[in-house]
Design a protein around this ligand. Structure first.
Ligand code: NAP
Length: 297
């Protein structure tokens, strides 16, 4: 019976993950440590009291070192030397260091088979998809998730030889306090699909970043689709080309202006128009950036 620890289970996705796990057969899912920074969530209390001892509350503020140490001690004690199988880092706020929340798993899971850390990320933190989310103005959120992605890869490299699996999961745009009511999916759907991924986690996924799979959403219109695909954390071929062509274009424009001089504005515009037409023919999808580069919008 596998054991689980979820951070930030008082509400939102964390609570839904604990609820989903608790609904699965006890042969598959054993103890669920639903952690929360305060013991004040009526919904979590309800889940705990209906769970016949399977869901246990552990008070844990992931940004407070003392709280992390206390929670770690308590969880180890409760597991009686059996170690934790799955750590789900769901709370958005995190203090990232090996003495932080990972410590709970790293210290206690040595004897376990699973040893998996699931870091809840978002496609908004993928540099490769930055162009898709240009209009979503939340730079700080995107940056912290991009950092989480890189950190997860660092842990994956560092602990691979000890059999740990670090996997990043994007849970979809969910109707929670954070996601808002206009979000794509009910939080229960996101939780169900994340749990599907968690239960299949294996060392072959170490260091990867995956999206949930929601039938019917594989080719959805708009920015979000949920096809269970691997998400690129870093710069993609598209972003590479995008940056390369933009840099090239800006260089050509600077040279043109220097050569023709601002006095010959008709000549400058004619050359810019030619460059635009040539490049648009060759690079189709880069049309918008080229237009912006030329001040045509
Ligand atoms: N919702 C979405 O559309 C969406 C999309 C992609 C990724 N995600 C990610 O999914 C995760 C959960 O998001 P959510 O939508 O469920 O957010 P949420 O509804 O705002 O819930 C956040 C949870 O994190 C807890 N928390 C905050 N600071 C904490 C701390 N210092 N220590 C421990 N717990 C803390 C909160 O506890 P309190 O009740 O005590 O405040 C609450 O339980 C986040 O990592 C988020 O980035 C969400």
């Amino acid at each position: 019976m596998a054991s689980f620890l979820i951070t930030g289970s008082s509400r939102g996705l964390g609570l839904a993950l604990a609820t989903r796990l608790a609904s699965l057969p006890s042969g598959q899912v054993g103890t669920i440590f639903a952690t929360a920074r305060q013991d004040n969530s009526a919904q979590l209390k309800e889940l705990i009291s209906a769970s016949s001892g399977r869901v246990e509350l552990v008070v844990l503020d992931v940004t407070d070192k003392k709280s992390v140490q206390e929670a770690s001690r308590l969880v180890e004690q409760k597991l009686q030397g059996k170690g934790l199988d799955y750590l789900i880092n769901n709370a958005g706020a995190m203090d990232w260091n090996p003495a932080g929340v990972e410590g709970i798993l790293l210290a206690s899971a040595a004897s376990r088979e699973k040893k998996s850390v699931i870091n809840i990320s978002t496609t908004l933190g993928s540099i490769a998809r930055a162009h898709v989310y240009e209009q979503t103005r939340s730079p700080a959120y995107k940056i912290t998730k991009a950092a989480l992605n890189m950190l997860s890869v660092q842990y994956a490299q560092q602990y691979a030889s000890e059999g740990f699996t670090f996997l990043l999961v994007s849970p979809g745009w969910l109707q929670t306090d954070l996601g808002g009511s206009r979000a794509d999916l009910p939080v229960e759907t996101g939780a169900e699909k994340v749990v599907d991924i968690v239960l299949k986690t294996g060392p072959h996924q170490n260091g990867k970043f995956v999206n949930i799979h929601v039938p019917g959403w594989e080719n959805a219109k708009g920015n979000n689709f949920y096809a269970g695909e691997e998400v690129e954390c870093g710069v993609s071929e598209f972003t590479d080309k995008y940056l390369m062509v933009t840099a090239l274009l800006l260089r050509v424009l600077a040279t043109t202006r220097a050569k023709l001089g601002v006095a010959n504005i008709t000549g400058v515009l004619a050359v810019e128009q030619n460059i635009l037409e040539i490049l648009l023919l060759k690079v189709g999808a880069l049309e918008d950036i080229l237009k912006i580069g030329l001040g045509k919008t």
